[in-house]
Design a protein around this ligand. Structure first.
Ligand code: ADP
Ligand code: MG
Length: 697
């Protein structure tokens, strides 16, 4: 149960004065549903009213706070014209401008002949300075009525700074003083304030330095967040390790059969990762391992060999892919090997016909099926395994820690739980890997199968579309195949679809029926039909939205054209590029951009031209864009931090990892007084899932 002292923070934002359901839903977009989310949203800039320029010094289109004499009121006779109040200081004139003004009110706050401090944005009106609707008008004898510094928060359409700032103030006022969860010597060493002081100071910036991630308030709050993240992962990891593992010896007989059927041998890197897996599966603990390997590094085969360990011991294995297309591809690439080994594979997706599904489920429950390949449909209640020994999740970056937690509970009753192997093609910078995968052991396939030809990458402006089409035509003449990717349009799937359809129509004029179209909005059956036609070679150019992104393998594809490459994340472009050059022929990747291209966008695309090393690309992407944008973070399964910044706070992240390990070593049940405060910290960052593992023992 969440500690009662946190309850005020977990109240809905509608509790705040001035926040109704409509404003709350806008605030939710920026921050979140509760007061705690508001409190943890840092300001992005601030207004400084501490300097007092003269009217002559005040710059147009900037905010200024002026001390002026009120000269004359000029009410308007016409509702469409504004009410003007003419003001001056020794250096010049400025008028205050009010639309739909109430004369009596303005006369009261701006009496003629008085002196006033007025604050707002200066604009130009036919060469004269004016200020429309000042934010503040105060008597210079009561300067305390005007805040000298005011934080500025991120906004969304319909949400104004005034409303947001007021909600923030309301939320911050309700923040309780909480018992310290950080180690005191560590706090003192860093000169960090208490949590409450840090919150208050984060929301009261008075200089650019105060807004920086390096400010002591931000550091403290970032460290809180990172510690909550690392502590939660450490708890999850510990509880997984606690469950006993099934003991599986490395499959000898089946492995020999599979090796005999393969036209090549495993790379050194594949062997190394497999030996990590073998060790885990033989050991007393349950395996929870992540295999990182760039596109084309041969993860599928490693997965298959791992599954053989379970199958040779008469247990079952399940391989889960993020999309139906990929599940089918795994099925077709593994079927020959499974046949050679005398094993039964089956495919389980959300789209199976009822009869077929029933037969399939029956086979799985009775144990006739050795290896089940599927989508997340694999983990529905109705799927019962006779004896599930190993679960493999492919292309894991679509799943987060929470999903991994959910999927680990499918073993036979009373037995040890199945081993878990997660495979990802998304190279994640080391720092981020810590935040996302701190709950697992990690192996990396660092080497690619021999014979891979490099992929030449070129960066081309969209204006040269005709040249690109001509180059594609030359490839097709040689009997090669080409992908043509149209980007996702963030704001609108409909627009994205139109773009892809238009391009398809355009390319059809050149290539006729050899051009096919596939997109995410197509019914699954149609999508599969188009994809299979491409694998068979019936289509030679495939126009696609990003549905082809992950893992799909067409060895004859030698080129990929990506339109509006500047809109994609680097990791995503790298993934897409990995689609070509798989069949031993040199590949080409043409990145089309819309000019003009900004400096950063250009630098980003250049990185792709320079290297095919996925890890380097990921590091650079992180450096150039920051963690928030990496991989289109929302659907990436990477944790989203509120205050912490994995790039700016990477040193703190490492410290938090060590801190979390030490905490669990010295206080395994978090029962000391610091331990109790740490529980509060976990709840504060909504890691109730991890807390539950603790109380379960
Ligand atoms: P990914 O890591 O992207 O999932 P895949 O497992 O799809 O990569 O492998 C890509 C291609 O490389 C496949 O066609 C596969 O048959 C081939 N491959 C895998 N391992 C080897 C190897 N050791 N030697 C040669 N080719 C290999
Ligand atoms: Mg793969």
């Amino acid at each position: 149960m969440r500690p009662a002292e946190l309850n005020p923070l977990f109240a809905q934002t509608t509790r705040l004065a001035g926040v109704g359901p409509k404003i709350a839903s806008l605030i939710e977009k920026i921050a979140g549903p509760s007061l705690v989310d508001l409190i943890l949203t840092p300001p992005i800039s601030f207004i400084d009213r501490s300097k007092r320029p003269t009217v002559a010094e005040a710059l147009v289109n900037q905010r200024a706070t002026l001390r002026v004499q009120i000269e004359r009121h000029e009410p308007s006779s016409d509702r469409r014209r504004p009410y003007r109040v003419l003001c001056a200081d020794e250096t010049g004139f400025i008028s205050l401008v009010y639309f739909h003004a109430r004369a009596d009110y303005l006369e009261k706050i701006l009496p003629e002949g008085s002196t006033r401090l007025v604050s707002g944005t200066i604009t130009d009106h036919n060469g004269a300075k004016q200020m429309a609707h000042p934010d503040h008008v105060v008597d210079p004898d009561k300067p305390e009525d005007m805040p000298l510094f005011e934080p500025v928060y991120p906004l969304t359409a319909g949400l104004t700074q005034g409303v947001m700032a007021k909600a923030m103030r309301g939320a911050a006022q309700r923040a309780p003083d909480l018992a310290e969860w950080q180690d005191l010597p560590w706090l003192n060493k860093n000169g960090w304030p208490s949590w409450l002081k840090a919150i208050q100071s984060m929301h009261a910036p008075e200089s650019a330095a105060d807004l920086s991630p390096a400010s002591i308030a931000r550091q403290r709050l970032a460290y809180d967040e990172l510690l909550a993240n690392q502590l939660a992962l450490a708890l999850i990891r510990r509880s997984r390790k606690k469950s006993k593992g099934r003991v599986f010896q490395p499959a000898s007989e089946l492995r020999a059969k599979a090796n005999a059927a393969l036209p090549f041998s495993l790379t050194g890197s594949q062997e190394k990762v497999l030996s990590d897996i073998d060790k885990d599966m033989q050991g007393p603990d349950r395996m929870v391992r992540l295999v990182q390997g760039d596109v084309g590094s041969g993860k599928t085969l490693v997965a298959f060999f791992a599954m053989l360990n379970a199958v040779e011991a008469s247990a079952q294995a399940a391989l889960m892919a993020p999309t139906e297309i990929l599940a089918r591809q795994h099925l077709s690439s593994l079927t020959p090997l499974a046949d050679a080994c005398g094993l039964t594979l089956s495919l389980l997706t959300g789209r199976d016909k009822p009869k077929q599904r029933e037969a399939n489920l029956n086979g799985i429950e009775r144990g006739y099926v050795d290896i089940v390949i599927g989508t997340h449909a694999l983990f529905q209640e109705s799927v019962r395994f006779k004896d599930l020994g190993l679960v493999i999740v492919d292309e894991q970056h679509r799943f987060g820690v929470r999903q991994r937690l959910a999927l680990s509970e499918k073993g036979a009753d009373g037995e040890a739980e199945p081993h878990i192997l997660v495979m990802t093609a998304t190279p994640i910078p080391r720092t981020l890997a810590l935040t996302a995968y701190g709950d697992m052991d990690v192996s990396a396939i660092t080497e690619k199968p021999p014979g891979r030809k490099p992929v030449t990458t070129r960066i081309i402006p969209l204006e040269r579309l005709d040249d690109v089409v001509a180059a594609v035509a030359r490839s097709l003449q040689k009997g090669e195949q080409v992908y043509w990717v149209c980007p996702l349009v963030e704001e609108s799937e409909v627009l994205a679809l139109t773009a892809a359809e238009d391009r398809h129509a355009h390319l059809k004029q050149h290539f006729g029926d050899a051009a096919g179209l596939v997109h995410g909005k197509m019914p699954g059956v149609e999508k599969d039909a188009v994809m299979s036609a491409f694998y068979r070679g019936d289509l030679s150019i495939l126009i696609a939205t990003t549905v082809i992104e992950v893992g799909v393998d067409a060895p004859n594809a030698t080129a990929i054209v990506i339109e509006h490459a500047e809109r994609f994340g680097l990791a995503q472009l790298h993934q897409l590029r990995g689609r070509v050059g798989r069949g031993g022929k040199a590949g080409a990747c043409l990145l089309l951009y819309k000019s003009p291209l900004g400096e950063t966008s250009k630098a980003r695309l250049e990185i792709l031209r320079e290297t095919e090393d996925g890890f380097r690309i990921a590091e650079e992407d992180l450096r150039l864009r920051g963690a928030g944008d990496l991989l289109g973070a929302a659907q990436s399964g990477l944790p989203q931090f509120q205050v912490a910044d994995a790039s700016a706070h990477s040193e703190l992240l490492k410290a938090a990892r060590d801190d979390a390990a030490l905490i669990l070593e010295t206080d395994p049940n978090l029962s000391s007084s610091r331990g109790k405060a740490l529980l509060t910290l976990l709840y504060l960052f909504r890691r109730d899932d991890a807390v539950k593992l603790l109380s379960a023992g």
